[in-house]
Design a binder for this molecule. Structure first.
Ligand code: GZL
Length: 340
């Protein structure tokens, strides 16, 4: 189908999907529609399915894609924000298939439920690249490759950091009571971080995990869950929070309960993502350590698409480089280097 037909079909579909009040009935917020250009065939058309806009990390991810897949770089980016609902992603993939995009880039909200729709994409001859989170499918050929983080390593790094920190505090033999704010249940980031930390937890006889509960990677839910933890448990020594935005909520809850956290406080806080906002909170003494999760994945994915355009093979799994930050480091200097 010619690109001009695709654009006509796209506009037709968009109007068909509109429910009369200017909103797409599927509930997804569409980026402004791309006006038609003379010869769209010069562009590589990429359909990107973003999880939502739930966190600072997510905004860094969205900016990375919008700054990379530009018309100047030879791309048409069709951007869909699924507002953290898998059904919106499933609808949008079928929409992209109808438009015969050249590539689908999917950041899957959760790992399961993708076999059927990705089979449709493969039958339509459209390569699927996974960004950030991954999927659990029988047939690994349903996607070309996954570019993201080694989440289990992030969780393990957090456990190892806590062992070392408690040792330095002279608390290796003390009873340590821990609660965990989990991310969106069933997402790769949550599965990996929980499993990685648990691998270290099970080797520490004096550590007790009081409870896991999901704050869905949002600040509001993170505060709500932390309030529940504080109401339920007399003594909490450590909070493991699987992203910075839940951490911000947890810090508010701790303070409102008249308790303290961070390097000088009674509750140790481990966070994930290492957004600029969280490193500033660390500077203010609210967080002990933050495990980086790099959202700037679009340049690596763009390289992959160029290789595929040249019929080159690509690695099935490609991890982003990551580190951690704590108050022993020059945070003022580090924050100046951060891009999200
Ligand atoms: C991790 C990413 C997670 C972040 C959260 O790669 O999927 O989703 O840790 C975001 O901030 O909501």
């Amino acid at each position: 189908m010619s690109k001009k037909c695709i654009w006509f079909l796209y506009f037709l579909l968009m109007f068909a999907a509109f429910d009369g009040c200017g909103k797409v009935s599927s509930g997804t917020e569409h980026a402004p529609l791309y006006e038609e250009v003379e010869d769209a065939s010069e562009y590589i058309v990429v359909g990107f399915l973003q999880v939502g806009s739930e966190s600072d990390w997510r905004m860094g991810s969205t900016n990375s894609f919008k700054n990379t897949f530009t018309e100047e770089n030879g791309y048409y980016l069709l951007f869909e924000d699924a507002q953290q609902k898998q059904e919106n992603q499933l609808k949008s993939i079928r929409n992209f298939i109808l438009q015969e995009v050249d590539y689908i880039i999917l950041d899957p909200i959760v790992e399961t439920g993708w076999d059927a729709v990705l089979t449709e994409a493969r039958d339509a001859g459209i390569p699927v690249i996974l960004a950030d989170r991954s999927i659990d499918v029988e047939d690994k050929e349903l996607y070309t490759c996954w570019v993201g983080s080694d989440f289990e390593k992030e969780g393990q790094r957090a456990g190892e950091w806590l062992v070392d920190y408690l040792q330095k505090q002279g608390r290796s033999d003390e009873e340590i009571r821990i609660v965990t704010l989990q991310g969106t249940l069933g997402s790769t980031a949550q599965i990996g971080r929980t499993a990685g930390f648990a691998a270290v937890l099970e080797e520490q006889e004096n550590w007790e995990m009081l409870e896991y509960m999901s704050g869905d990677f949002t600040q509001a839910k993170g505060q709500e869950v932390m309030e529940y933890f504080l109401d339920t448990y007399e003594e909490i020594d450590v909070v493991v929070s699987e992203n910075d935005n839940m951490t911000f909520g947890a810090v508010d809850a701790i303070r409102e309960a008249g308790k303290t956290c961070g390097p000088e406080g009674e509750i140790i806080i481990l966070s994930f993502d290492a957004s600029r906002a969280a490193l500033r909170a660390m500077l203010r003494g609210e967080i002990n350590v933050d495990f980086e999760c790099n959202p700037i994945l679009a340049p690596k994915i763009e390289e992959i698409i160029q290789k595929l355009e040249n019929n080159e093979t690509v690695e099935k799994v490609q991890y982003a480089e990551e580190q951690y930050f704590d108050t022993s480091m020059d945070l003022e200097k580090i924050i100046k280097t951060r891009t999200y």
